[in-house]
Design a protein around this ligand. Structure first.
Ligand SMILES: [Zn+2]
Length: 132
């Protein structure tokens, strides 16, 4: 299974990650099927480093907005300011959407790298990103 994520949306995620540095940035990816059509930047309610969480109210607002535009939630993204783009123990533990892509952007050495994963029952599978 591939995630279709255009360069313009990747750039938006990277820009968000840089803006939030040294905190983690997070957000939602909406679209159809496996194709991302829109990035929702969310506020990270956790401060001080290696974690993120999105306020429920903001999640509900985004979900309502997606429905009104006939979009589905395709994925969830967050940044790793200082570590490689692979789900942390905590990321895996908190992953409750096996149908969603978990996109992680790393900023190590100022070289943004984006990877995407599916997480189901604690099992992590990397998926290809099609920047088409
Ligand atoms: Zn993480």
């Amino acid at each position: 299974m591939k995630l279709s994520l255009k360069k313009i949306h990747m750039a938006e995620i990277v820009e968000h990650a840089k803006r939030e540095f040294p905190n983690e940035a997070c957000g939602l990816l909406a679209g159809k099927g496996r194709k991302v059509g829109r990035v929702y930047q969310m506020a990270n309610t956790e401060r001080g480093g290696m974690r993120y969480s999105i306020a429920l109210k903001e999640q509900f607002d985004a979900a309502r907005d997606m429905r009104s535009q006939n979009l589905e939630m395709v994925g969830i993204y967050h940044s790793h300011p200082n570590v490689r783009p692979y789900p942390s123990f905590r990321d895996i533990k908190l992953a409750v959407h096996p149908e969603c892509s978990y996109v992680i952007v790393s900023l190590i050495n100022g070289m943004p790298e984006i990877r995407s994963f599916r997480i189901k029952n604690g099992m992590v599978t990397e998926e290809e990103i099609d920047a088409g």
